[in-house]
Design a protein around this ligand. Structure first.
Ligand SMILES: [Zn+2]
Length: 323
């Protein structure tokens, strides 16, 4: 009987070790996933006077009706955001400075994350940021803390995932299947709120390993890949518009090499890390057929080889493009 108890105890121990997430929260895992010097899609800001708006204020833990300073921010991908600055900032000039500062950082988010952001609320106070409601909620006292820790951009990425990806994916059967298949959570925060926080907690680490692998440590990459492999596959399967992280420019061909002996054609091109590529072929420049697709670049130089018989394919042209 005594032996039995020991056996059960050690089993329990193994179980709890397996289920413990590697991080408490993912906005803190690395401050350089997005850097202040990274490109922004931000274009301009236009004053739009003041107007009555309903905003959420975490200091009140409630909705408030105010007469905020209004600014229309425009982005290079055509998206627009109305920035609403609490009148407590005193005058339009000071309000504009706040609006400009955050409109730029929000422009560092991809089109996919900004697409449902219609408004931004800016208040004073040291309260957590928020996402959802087609909005991003900012408290400037808290922003100072995030800036000091280098995680302002990472926090926006988390919050904008709530705004633009939650409604599209959090309840999808394939996402839930991925959560179940992984059987673990990337953070305690995700584990405690699996329906509300898991997608936002998982997306930033995914973004880091896929688009900024050279900025995070090998051990961090390994932990992320080991903990949420199925969620990573889920994100990979989406056609997310990654501008301005991935620039919309045609890839430059680096080398075309044919091995007569192996009957193998190898194409290499200068790639953007994380971007998805497609290879097509044509014999007449009019009808193009897809040879390979969904080739995700993990370095700045990608290459693929495929069987090719010079005697059969006497004249064949190839092109590489962004998917
Ligand atoms: Zn969240």
């Amino acid at each position: 009987m005594k032996n039995m108890k020991v056996f059960l105890l050690s089993l329990l121990c193994i179980c709890s070790l397996r289920a413990e997430p590697p991080f408490w929260g993912t906005i803190f895992i690395d401050p350089d996933i997005i850097k202040p010097s990274d490109p922004s899609a931000y274009l301009s800001l236009k004053d739009s006077g003041q107007g009555r708006r309903t905003m959420y204020d975490r200091r009140e833990n409630n909705w408030v009706i105010l007469n905020p300073y209004l600014f229309n921010a425009t982005y290079k991908d055509g998206l627009k955001i109305e920035v609403q600055v609490n009148p407590e900032f005193g005058n339009a000039d000071d309000a504009r400075k706040e609006a400009e500062k955050y409109a730029y950082v929000i422009g560092q988010l991809t089109t996919a994350l900004r697409r449902d952001v219609e408004t931004v609320w800016i208040h004073k106070g040291t309260n957590p940021f928020g996402g959802g409601n087609n909005n991003l909620l900012i408290h400037t006292g808290q922003a100072v803390k995030y800036i000091n820790d280098g995680i302002l951009e990472e926090t926006f990425e988390h919050e904008a995932t709530h705004t633009s990806l939650d409604s599209r994916h959090a309840k999808k059967a394939k996402w839930i299947a991925a959560q179940n298949a992984d059987g673990e959570f990337i953070s305690n925060y995700a584990k405690d709120y699996p329906n509300r926080e898991d997608l936002a907690e998982s997306y930033l680490p995914y973004f880091a390993i896929r688009y900024r692998p050279d900025r995070i440590s090998k051990s961090l990459t390994k932990k992320i890949k080991q903990t949420i492999p199925n969620r990573i596959k889920y994100f990979d399967s989406l056609a997310l518009d990654m501008y301005p992280v991935i620039k919309r420019e045609a890839p430059r061909l680096n080398q075309l090499f044919y091995s007569e002996e192996k009957q193998l054609l190898t194409i290499s091109w200068n790639s953007q890390v994380g971007a998805k590529y497609i290879i097509q072929s044509s014999s007449d420049f009019s009808v193009w057929k897809t040879v390979m697709f969904h080739l995700i670049a993990d370095t700045g130089l990608s290459s693929v080889g495929f069987k090719w018989d010079r005697k059969v394919n006497t004249q064949e042209y190839y092109r590489v493009g962004l998917e």
